[in-house]
Design a protein around this ligand. Structure first.
Ligand SMILES: Nc1ncnc2c1ncn2[C@@H]1O[C@H](COP(=O)(O)OP(=O)(O)O)[C@@H](O)[C@H]1O
Ligand SMILES: [Mg+2]
Length: 353
């Protein structure tokens, strides 16, 4: 969790300095006052990238050369200092003065999740977001997942380069061994992560949607086939496409629900509830594995939700016991805990309220 936060020249935020509580924090203000920008800056400090997918050029305040973020986190009795500077020259990261760990050190110091008005894409969009969702759980539950994932990405790049260059089959096959070893390692740790998370997933699905949810992991290659066999059988197609068509980079987490639920899930509000249930479950799973409360960013949770659904979401969030930083248009839209810390934001300037 984060206790102190400082922002310079991030979007409309020129200089902001805040102290957050360990529990529920609410930032309220009119449209375009800077609410999402503040959450985006917080998430940037824990991920080294924007949850809105924005490039550095769009994030630096107009007319400035760089943005700087600084945070002090709490981790049991310990505190860590996080610093980040981003300009056209690139990203510079510091955790307790050291830049060695890179972005992974940020993610370790400030693990967080986001529920924003785009969250329905986790349910309604393509497999990439669900893959990332599952990988996030795996990163926190399985120690070797990040390293295996990095090494796999390298092997994938090299194999794809060989395919694109239409290298001889032998040269392409020479990448298979590493591709298969790392690919299967990723597959196994994703399966274990889903096993660990599945109870929370069904619990939060039940709590928010009142229905039984099923999740089916798809590895990204032929069912009942080894990855090696799939690569062998798919070589011709891979050559045609100039890229590996099968592997853990094609995995998906299919969501199974009954017909009644399927009919409801055409609504944005229901999709948002389902996606939120998944994110709360992932947060709970990671919290248990890491044995510390995580940071949950709730950007305009009231959007798309009727009063009932919003109340259920906030109740589920409160039950998690994580640190929450939420935004809303008005102070009174959300029924927040009575001892919440409030900030009012106006034209990028925050003041305690
Ligand atoms: N790079 C930037 N420099 C300065 N202002 C920006 C930049 N990017 C976005 N803005 C402005 O920041 C303001 C706040 O946006 P946002 O945080 O999305 O508001 P809210 O979530 O409160 O509706 C908008 O008016 C937007 O035009
Ligand atoms: Mg906003």
């Amino acid at each position: 969790m984060i206790r102190r936060f400082r922002v310079s020249n991030f979007r409309c935020l020129e200089n902001v300095e805040l102290e957050f509580s360990r529990d529920f924090n609410l930032i309220f203000g009119a449209n375009a006052s800077g609410k999402t920008s503040l959450l985006e800056a917080l998430a940037y400090l824990g991920r080294g990238k924007s949850f809105r997918g924005a490039s550095t050029a769009n994030l630096v305040r107009h007319g400035q050369a760089e943005f700087v973020l600084f945070g002090e986190t709490e981790r049991g009795m310990r505190s860590q200092k996080l610093g980040l500077r981003n300009s056209r020259d690139g990203l510079e990261v510091r955790v307790d003065g050291s830049g060695d760990g890179g972005v992974a050190a940020l993610a370790d110091a400030l693990p967080l999740q986001v529920i924003d008005p785009e969250v329905h894409n986790l349910v309604a969009g393509g497999p990439e977001l669900r893959r990332r969702f599952l990988d996030w759980v795996a990163f926190h539950v399985e120690h070797d997942h990040l390293e295996a994932w990095r090494r796999f990405r390298r092997a994938l790049k090299q194999r794809n380069a060989a395919l694109k260059a239409r290298a001889a089959s032998a040269a392409i096959r020479s990448w298979n061994a590493e591709f298969v070893e790392l690919g299967e390692a990723l597959d196994q740790s994703r399966r274990r992560a889903l096993d660990v998370a599945i109870e929370s997933l069904s619990e939060y699905g039940q709590g928010l949607l009142g229905t039984e949810l099923g999740f089916e992991y798809q590895a990204g290659w032929g069912k009942d086939k080894s990855l090696e066999q799939s690569l062998e059988e798919g070589l011709e197609r891979d050559l045609q496409q100039g890229a590996s068509q099968q592997g853990p980079h094609r995995a998906d987490l299919k969501i199974r629900y009954d017909e009644r639920q399927a009919r409801k899930l055409v609504s944005r509000g229901q999709q948002k509830l389902l996606a939120s249930a998944m994110i709360l479950a992932a947060t709970e799973t990671a919290q248990t594995a890491l044995e510390r409360p995580l940071l949950l960013l709730l950007d305009d949770p009231a959007a798309e939700l009727d009063a009932d659904s919003l109340a259920r979401l906030l109740e589920a969030v409160a039950g998690l016991g994580c640190q929450v930083i939420a935004t809303s248009l008005d102070k009174d839209v959300l029924s927040v805990p009575p001892d919440s810390t409030m900030f009012h934001v106006e034209h990028g300037v925050l003041s305690p309220a």
